[in-house]
Ligand binder design. Structure first.
Ligand code: AMP
Ligand code: GLY
Length: 426
């Protein structure tokens, strides 16, 4: 089968690397891809939100399966576009429907969904009126959590210590700080605990739980500084033991799948559940309708199944037949970023010294291959270096060694990914 992957980050490189290993895969195409994905397939310069262009390409090449990486085409309804088209409707598309993608596309929708299904999450109030918001803020203790309802490129959540400042920010949000995405704001109670991410693959009735991961969002060592898309990740997560996973499955995963069905929402793809353990009890921080990045760069290398086979079963509604096989080893990934990220940074710096051997898996995120064969930086997050080891320390030692070896101007990375988990008593 010919496969099209939409997206161009480290997540999509990891998916291309994995899917290319399947005997069911003939050719892989990645739109738009990056300087690394071309090692496993063909990059095609099609914008991920241009559904008509995607359709033309899919029909021209004879694509049998489409895997959607980022949230935007999902929230814009790429699944519905395929299913409404006579020529495309038979093609396997690994994606939730537009209604299902609302779990990520609208925080108010997700909170309402969880309230209906009795899924544990922070208490909240949804507001589009400033005074109503201020009244709710006054019932809360600091810190205050304000979330833009819609997609805001990962920047729409503010956590604020002072009431006055929270009121000011609420006003700015309602006045369009994040454009239309913050015309509605969700105000939440602050939950104190430790976060982790669970990925579920579902065909709408059956579900499979993938390896658990933790990502590191802050730019600085010791989880300090600005939020980023993610500076690294680790899988598995030591404190997420069998007892915790049983609670997550019973209280969160099963009710989520059931409630999607109750509401007649078609969902044939990934559900990424951002969780927080509050004194050993799991609460949902957010849903995403896709895989996480850089979590994918540790989850997929630990998955021993044929991923194309899993997707094929999912498409046929036969996911129940699969058993997830996990590599027992620990995976760490360290993200090499361009100096200045997540603020302004430079693009176009030459990247050298990528190891040729397979000591680590080098997943490209923001890279681009020039016609003369040079590889250059093309984003804030440049390369994710994944390694497998018997424990966090041994995997991290390899990730860090290769992170040090790869060269480009103003390279920056965190050296402490996963180390907090060695000290943590949760
Ligand atoms: P989100 O985009 O919803 O994942 O929020 C971004 C980050 O804000 C999360 O990863 C958490 O670290 C933090 N956060 C969001 N909601 C809460 C909450 N209710 N309590 C504490 N931290 C939160
Ligand atoms: N690493 C978090 C995300 O993909 O949203």
């Amino acid at each position: 089968m010919n496969i099209l992957i939409l997206g161009g980050g480290g997540r999509e490189h990891a998916l291309a690397w994995k899917m290319k290993q399947s005997p069911l895969c003939r050719n892989i195409f990645i739109a738009p891809g990056n300087g690394g994905t071309s090692a496993h397939g063909t990059n095609v310069p099609i914008p991920i939100n241009d559904f008509e262009k995607i359709k033309k390409f899919v029909l021209k090449i004879g694509i049998g399966m489409v895997v959607v990486g980022p949230e935007e085409p999902l929230v814009r309804g790429i699944w519905d576009f395929f299913k409404a088209d006579e020529a495309l409707k038979h093609i396997a598309i690994i994606a939730p429907s537009k209604a299902g993608a609302q779990l990520e596309g609208s925080k108010a929708f997700a909170k309402q969904f969880m309230a209906e299904a009795n899924i544990p999450t922070a208490a909240y109030c949804e507001v589009n009126d400033y005074q109503q918001g201020v009244d709710f803020l006054k019932t809360q203790k600091p810190p205050y959590v304000l979330k833009a309802d819609g997609l805001a490129a990962g920047k729409g959540v503010l956590i604020i210590n002072e009431l006055r400042e929270a009121e000011r920010e609420l006003k700015a949000m309602l006045d369009g700080k994040f454009g239309a995405a913050s015309s509605k704001v969700v105000i939440e109670a602050f939950l104190k605990g430790i976060e982790f991410s669970v990925f579920v693959l579902t065909d709408g009735s059956n579900y499979k739980i993938l390896p658990v991961a933790k990502d590191y969002k802050r730019v600085g060592e010791g989880d300090t500084g600005l939020n980023t898309g993610g500076m690294g990740a680790v899988s598995p997560v030591p404190f997420v033991d069998k007892t915790m996973m049983a609670k997550v499955e019973e209280r969160i995963i099963i009710p989520t799948i059931q409630h999607l069905k109750t509401r007649n929402i078609i969902y044939k793809g990934f559900i990424f559940i951002g969780l927080i353990s509050v004194e050993g009890e799991p609460f949902v921080i957010e849903y995403n309708c896709r895989l996480g990045d850089p979590e994918t760069e540790v989850v997929i290398p630990r998955l021993r199944n044929d991923l194309v086979k899993l997707f094929d079963l999912l498409d046929k509604g036969r996911l129940a037949e699969a058993s997830i096989l996990q590599d027992r080893r620990t995976a760490t990934t360290v993200m090499l970023t361009a100096g200045g990220y997540p603020n302004d940074y430079k693009k176009g710096d030459v990247i050298t010294n990528i190891p040729k051997n397979e000591s680590a898996l080098v997943f490209h995120a923001g890279t681009h291959s020039l016609p003369d064969g040079k590889l250059v930086t093309n984003g804030g997050r440049v390369i994710a270096v994944t390694a497998l080891g018997t424990d966090i320390e041994s995997a991290l030692a390899i990730s860090n060694q290769v992170a040090q070896q790869i060269q480009f101007e103003n390279k920056y990375y965190r050296t402490d990914i996963g180390l907090d988990l060695l000290l943590e008593k949760v």
